[in-house]
Design a binder for this molecule. Structure first.
Ligand code: ATP
Ligand code: MG
Length: 418
């Protein structure tokens, strides 16, 4: 096996840290190894305990390495989320130098588009082109080689809090891994779940994780909005724990084994046995009661998503409806309730199958890590947000310039997109 063709993705989530090791050949990517370990060091997508996070990363990495039979893993593509992420759209215009548009003109217009004031405690993570306009021609994806005198770029800018990005990078570095790329989690999930047709038609991806729900709105093949909502599957579990007066792990068991968000679809009189704190008697609760608690939280979450889409004036663009993924999408009847509240077609989105271990990985909770793997594959080199210089994150850390690698690469991202 050629080490050059091996790529690694690391999804450091609120409930689990997941590593996948893939091998790329002419037939595509084959998954060689997967490691998934409970995560105890994150809250709402952000690191709150470095030691616990490092331990979870190491465990998931070891598991994946053992399964893949790969000894030395030195770098990986990392996902990022958390409610510190803030995204916005921007645009810029330049005059074309010699009537035919070159890479240099594209670089200049992208520089102009991202020349917005960003608070000093924030970093730009992605600058994603939505469309170019050449004179009066709109909707151009790649303007290089076209003739014109005026070039306009519309972009989606993703920013995150410097200190919180540093924390996640620190944990990855401390686990012996160089982050070779850092990607917003809903962008990664979109990559593994959505088809080109869906992105073109207009859809909203809703990735319900443990601590956050990540939203990505696509139209005309471009990302037009992304946002992290600090409500996730753990909130469903907490609600159940409070309502039924049971411990968190028992509430999690009830949610996974007996949970639904539509009480009307259940046999209302059916009961389940739940266990309270040790020393207390087991009790019977109605399934309908469980569904009412979970349904109320699901309704609240869908209303938040609906309002985001409405407030951004995107409702009419979402022709294809809503696609729910992430582990939180697995609660029974969620898509049905979603369709009722969101008033658009709604379905659960599974990652597209690719070679090796397809059945285990075809679970919405692996959408992000599989998307990260697709983004990190050698075939993708040069198309996405790859590093610009050869400085590793550890070297950057040592030199006190943690973003020596990322900000440089991401701020100049477009040189590598085309
Ligand atoms: N079968 C299931 N039924 C219902 N909920 C489930 C099921 N499996 C997992 N979940 C829920 O999915 C959530 C975890 O999802 P996921 O693994 O996508 O999160 P994460 O990536 O660790 O977190 P985040 O993306 O928020 O940082 C948990 O709240 C868990 O209870
Ligand atoms: Mg996640």
């Amino acid at each position: 096996m050629d080490g050059k063709n091996v790529s690694v993705a690391l999804d450091v989530g609120t409930t689990k840290v997941c590593t996948t090791i893939g091998f790329q050949d002419e037939d595509g990517i084959e998954i060689l190894g997967v490691g998934s370990h409970p995560s105890y060091g994150l809250k709402k997508g952000s690191v709150v305990n470095i030691d616990k996070t490092v331990k979870s990363i190491r465990c998931s990495l070891e598991e994946a390495k053992m399964m893949a039979g790969v000894e030395d893993i030195t770098s990986a593509t990392i996902g990022i989320a958390g409610n510190h992420i803030y995204c916005f759209n921007s645009s810029g215009v330049v005059a074309v130098k010699n009537s035919e548009i070159t890479q240099k003109d594209v670089d200049r217009v992208l520089e102009a588009a991202k020349a917005v004031l960003i608070p000093s405690d924030r970093e730009v993570l992605h600058v994603i082109p939505q469309e170019f306009r050449v004179d009066s021609t709109k909707g151009v994806k790649n303007p290089i080689g076209m003739c014109g005198s005026r070039l306009e770029a519309h972009v989606h800018v993703v920013t995150g809090k410097t200190s919180l990005i540093q924390n996640i990078l620190k944990c990855v570095e401390a686990s012996g891994i160089k982050p070779n790329d850092i990607i917003l989690q809903p962008i990664a999930s979109s990559r593994s779940v959505l088809t080109a047709e869906e992105k073109d038609l207009g859809v909203v991806l809703i990735d319900i994780g443990g601590g956050t729900t990540d939203i990505a709105v696509w139209k005309g093949g471009s990302l037009i909005h992304s946002q992290i909502v600090p409500v996730g599957g753990n909130h469903f579990t907490n609600d159940l724990a409070v309502a039924l007066k049971i411990p968190h792990n028992e509430a999690e068991r009830v949610k996974i084994n007996h949970g639904s968000v539509l009480a009307e679809k259940l046999n209302q009189s059916a009961h389940i046995t739940v266990h309270g704190l040790s020393g207390t008697k087991a009790r019977e609760v109605q399934l309908g009661e469980v569904a009412k608690v979970l349904g109320a939280r699901a309704e609240e979450l869908f209303v938040i998503v609906k309002n985001i889409v409405k407030d951004k004036n995107l409702s009419d663009l979402v022709t294809g409806g809503y696609i729910i993924t992430g582990g939180g999408a697995l609660i029974k009847d969620l898509a049905e309730l979603g369709e009722y509240i969101l008033e658009k077609p709604t379905k659960v989105g599974y990652p597209r199958p690719f070679g090796g271990m397809t059945t285990i990985m075809q679970n919405p909770k692996f959408s992000t890590v599989l998307g990260l793997l697709l983004e990190s594959s050698p075939e993708n080199m040069g198309k996405t947000y790859k590093k610009k210089n050869n400085k590793s994150a550890s070297e950057a850390l040592e030199s006190g310039d943690i973003f020596g690698r990322f900000s440089d690469s991401l701020r100049n991202v477009f040189k590598e997109i085309f």
